[in-house]
Write a protein that binds this ligand. Structure first.
Ligand code: ADE
Length: 319
């Protein structure tokens, strides 16, 4: 229940992503005025930036029900049909990790999205026949970490495509102060800013770190989370002052020690860390690129001088 109340309900309460919000405000108002379903929306960007939250907000602003599922949990055509057949006119269907939908299921979505019907095969062998099944107009909201992971036919059926960006420190500070109120903990402005600085531009990380630091405050009998407590707790959690966690630092150190800083392919990075390639690509790499610790070249990823300096490793000069 707590987790839920940390989520804003309206565009007004939703902090940051101003460009996305301003566009959506127009499209939502226009759809409401025409009394039509909102066009399908694709949200893409790194995990934890509020894609699911935004889907909730959109449904709330449209005054419709939200049905929620994920790409990998839809295994059979019947799973999707069961969900689609429960939709009412104007409802939002949210599919997280939509890039992981099986291909055969994806194809059912094409007609559902474009013309609001599905053709399903019932019966077996010589009894098999297609049944035409009309659907009410609805809005599909798909979320994925990279738009490029979607097949072109699926991507082209979204009328509204929005890229989610990392949040600024100021935005994260506001989100942390709002969450602190919901959790009934006292955080000083400097404490909130210290948390924000180390939250890798990501509200989900900010809210998780806030809860952990709250535990430190409670056990150490501190009435408020100030800058000092935030900093010392986060040091213990091995979140450094650029927001890098152990995996980020392991990745950079490995690239330097084993590969002279690169260039390296994603696969080599994943194998050497014992992590999933998808995780490195979706979680670690975008933040390291954004912070200027990694750089992409045609031959692969390269560690920057800034990363050497951050890790306290001398940058090799000249050859
Ligand atoms: N909690 C998580 N993401 C948020 C956001 N963008 N605005 C407000 N609260 C949030």
């Amino acid at each position: 229940a707590v987790e839920k109340s940390l989520r804003p309900q309206t565009l007004q309460q939703y902090i940051g992503q101003d460009r996305v919000k301003n566009e959506l405000r127009v499209y939502i108002k226009a759809a409401l005025d025409r009394q039509e379903a909102l066009d399908h929306v694709l949200l893409y960007g790194p995990p934890g930036l509020g894609k699911t939250t935004l889907a909730l907000v959109i449904a709330h602003e449209l005054n419709v029900n939200l049905r929620s599922t994920t790409g990998p949990s839809i295994e059979k055509a019947g799973d999707l049909v069961a969900i689609l057949s429960e939709l009412q006119a104007g409802d939002v269907l949210f599919i997280d990790e939509i890039h992981r939908l099986p291909k055969s299921i994806e194809e059912i979505l094409y007609s559902a999205m474009e013309d609001f019907y599905i053709d399903i095969i019932v019966g077996q062998g010589s009894d098999a026949h297609a049944v035409h099944y009309p659907l009410p107009p609805f809005t599909l909201i798909g979320a994925t970490t990279r738009a490029g992971q979607l097949s072109a036919p699926l991507r082209s059926r979204f009328g509204i495509v929005e890229h989610m960006n990392f949040y600024t420190e100021a935005e994260l500070t506001t989100i942390i102060q709002r969450s602190a109120q919901v959790l009934a903990v006292v955080v000083s402005d400097e404490g909130a800013h210290e948390l924000a600085r180390r939250s890798r531009g990501t509200p989900r990380v900010a809210n998780r770190l806030l809860k952990r630091v709250r535990d430190f405050a409670q056990v150490e009998n501190q009435e408020q989370i100030d800058q000092k407590l935030a900093a010392s707790s986060l040091d213990q959690l091995q979140v450094d002052d650029h927001g890098l966690d152990q995996t980020d630092r392991k990745l950079l150190t490995m690239m330097i020690e084993l590969y002279q800083g690169g260039p390296l392919g994603l696969k080599t990075m994943a194998v050497n860390l014992g992590e999933e390639q998808e995780t490195i690509e979706a979680v670690n790499e975008p933040y390291l690129l954004q912070q200027g610790f990694l750089k992409r070249t045609p031959r692969g990823r390269v560690v920057t001088p800034k990363a050497y300096e951050h890790l306290g490793i001398p940058f090799p000069k000249g050859e």
